[in-house]
Design a protein around this ligand. Structure first.
Ligand code: F6R
Length: 262
């Protein structure tokens, strides 16, 4: 795993954007894995800047979101479909026809999960998956004890996740759905590259457990340890609980030129 400690959240966003841009410049029809929440916003802002300046064209890419709430009122602005449209599709100049979000309003949710897996497969698989991590160690909405081999399915959100996400619902915990559809850990691990971004001290314990702790379903983010091409971009605060912080800095300081991105 490549662990990069950066001075602040803006640098994390810029570094994530540089890595995604490198993938798309090499493959203009790349399949992007998108995530929602606060963590990827800096990356989206930095990507939007590159697009605005004409340095990057994302119009030929496809995109798949990690997850979606189940049980939200129709047309809710808190849905991840609405969030992805506002924060990614528009600002990044993605083709809305090729931006996919699991259908949390489907009459047959299990069929919707299978259909999502099929669509990812038919698109050729995800080239680069952007991830955030929950304070309880989840990636996607794979809550602790999720199977390391899991595929897209319906999950019950952990109480901690609902509390953390109440801020997106005006602080009203009761308004946060109980259920979601999420890509599984097995689905996420099929992506060709993983790019996890984390900012702030609230994420420090989860990051340390995922990166340096034992591989465990109790810390779903630790599944990244199984991936051959996983990068973790952290600001100082999110990196503060890592035991090998000095080694990661040493590695970055001595990175061979051919390995550098951005
Ligand atoms: C969102 C997702 C989640 C979030 C995580 C962190 O699509 O899959 O795993 O990345 O809950 O959320 P934030 O970034 O809001 O702290």
């Amino acid at each position: 795993m490549e662990i990069v400690i950066l001075p602040d959240a803006a640098a994390v966003g810029a570094a994530a954007a540089a890595r995604i841009a490198a993938v798309v410049r090499a493959k203009p029809q790349a399949v992007l894995g998108l995530s929602t929440g606060s963590s990827p916003l800096g990356a989206y802002a930095a990507l939007a800047d590159l697009v605005r300046r004409g340095e990057l064209d994302l119009s030929r890419t496809s995109a798949f979101a990690l997850d979606e709430y189940v049980g939200l009122p129709l047309g809710s602005s808190q849905s991840y479909a609405a969030t992805i449209a506002a924060e990614a599709t528009g600002p990044l100049g993605l083709d809305p026809e090729r931006v996919h979000v699991p259908d949390g309003a489907a009459a047959d949710l299990e069929a919707a999960c299978e259909d999502y897996e099929r669509r990812i497969r038919e698109a050729g698989g995800v080239d680069v998956q952007l991830l955030g991590i929950g304070t309880n160690g989840h990636i996607g909405f794979n809550e602790p004890t999720s199977s390391l081999a899991s595929r897209t399915r319906i999950k019950t959100l952990a109480p901690r996740t609902r509390q953390d996400n109440a801020r997106f619902f005006g602080g009203d915990l009761d308004a946060v759905p109980l259920h979601c559809i999420t890509q599984g850990l097995g689905t996420i691990l099929d992506a060709r590259r993983l790019l996890l971004v984390a900012q702030g001290e609230a994420k420090a314990a989860a990051v340390a457990a995922a990166v340096e702790g034992p591989l465990s379903a109790m810390v779903p983010g630790s599944a990244m340890q199984l991936h051959r091409h996983a990068t973790v971009l952290l600001d100082e605060a999110a990196a503060s609980a890592l035991t090998l912080r000095d080694y990661y800095r040493f590695t970055a300081d001595h990175q061979p030129a051919w390995q550098r991105v951005g």
